[in-house]
Design a protein around this ligand. Structure first.
Ligand SMILES: [Zn+2]
Length: 311
């Protein structure tokens, strides 16, 4: 289990112990934060007939051996239902199935549970159907919704659930990557995507290499242009790389050994380039009608001109 999920497990364990677990929960967080992991753990805890308590951390754990645990592990537990979006949305039929599932009596007599993953992808009619089920909970039934985009859920759904926001701290992998390079880990929450999503981290690091090559040798223009035009994070990434490079130049980083180009664009030039990027980024954010392709091409032309005059 991801380390930052322990506090969520503790909170939920406490609620179960105090008999204060609500019928409906909404687990939200950025993609990969672990909401599905918590949902899976919680369902198993609710179904297990032989719960174990980890006394050090006060977290319930399923025994893994009882009949219901075994059925659940084999995905054949009859009193649990998981709903996933098999297309791009969750339709009303899937939610009707869920309502009917709760109306039937339990086979085994423990709790009945359902998980709706990516609940934000419910169609409006599906959401309205779910609302009815949330309004009339049957006893010993639990509905757990997960989402990485709770803003797009109907407020009426959110208001009927206990909302648990899962916030991962800095991602271990990227942090390790940073410390390997001697960086002092200039990290804040706006970089969460790269920090928690490995694919995004890899893409960011590759982009950073390209930008450095571009700054120092003029290569990789096409690749950078492609990221700026096609990647929604492209401009923010470019700003961040420039900040990193400037900090290196000004000696703000603790110890930066290899992989640092020896001949560099001077400080003044870097600063000018950074301002160009900021300006373009602001345009992108504030103007409604902006041609991203044109803006990006113009930015690279401007950077090139500044870099040439600075060498
Ligand atoms: Zn068990």
């Amino acid at each position: 289990m991801k380390t930052w999920l322990l506090s969520v497990q503790q909170q939920l364990s406490r609620q179960i112990r105090d008999n204060k677990l609500p019928h409906a929960l909404l687990l939200s967080g950025v993609s990969g934060a672990g909401q599905e992991d918590i949902a899976h753990w919680l369902v198993n805890v609710l179904l297990c007939q032989n719960l174990i308590t980890d006394n050090d951390v006060s977290i319930f754990q399923p025994c893994g051996h009882c009949k219901t645990c075994q059925l659940f592990t084999n995905k054949s537990y009859p009193d649990h239902l998981t709903i996933v979006n098999d297309k791009s949305t969750i339709g009303v039929d899937a939610i009707r199935k869920l309502s009917q599932f709760f109306e039937r009596t339990a086979h085994i007599g423990q709790a009945k549970t359902a998980v709706v993953n990516h609940a934000d992808t419910m169609t409006i009619s599906a959401a309205n159907a779910l609302l009815k089920t949330l309004e009339e909970p049957t006893s010993d039934s639990y509905i757990i919704l997960t989402t990485d985009s709770s803003d797009t859920l109907l407020p009426t759904i959110i208001s009927r659930c206990q909302k648990i926001e899962i916030r991962p701290p800095v991602g271990d992998k990227l942090l390790a990557e940073y410390s390997k390079q001697g960086d002092d880990a200039f990290i804040n929450l706006s970089h969460l995507n790269e920090l928690t999503d490995e694919a995004a981290a890899v893409a960011f690091l590759a982009f950073r290499d390209k930008v450095e090559q571009y700054l120092y040798s003029g290569q990789c223009r096409a690749e950078i242009l492609s990221v700026l035009v096609n990647h929604h994070e492209g401009y923010r990434w470019l700003e961040k790389v420039l900040v990193d490079v400037m900090r290196t130049q000004w000696g703000w980083k603790s110890k930066h050994q290899q992989a640092e180009p020896s001949h560099v664009v001077d400080k003044q030039t870097l600063w000018l380039i950074y301002q160009l990027v900021q300006k373009a980024n602001t345009k992108l954010k504030t103007l409604v009608q902006v041609n991203r392709q044109f803006l990006s091409e113009k930015l690279l032309v401007d950077i090139n001109a500044v870099a040439k005059s600075g060498m």
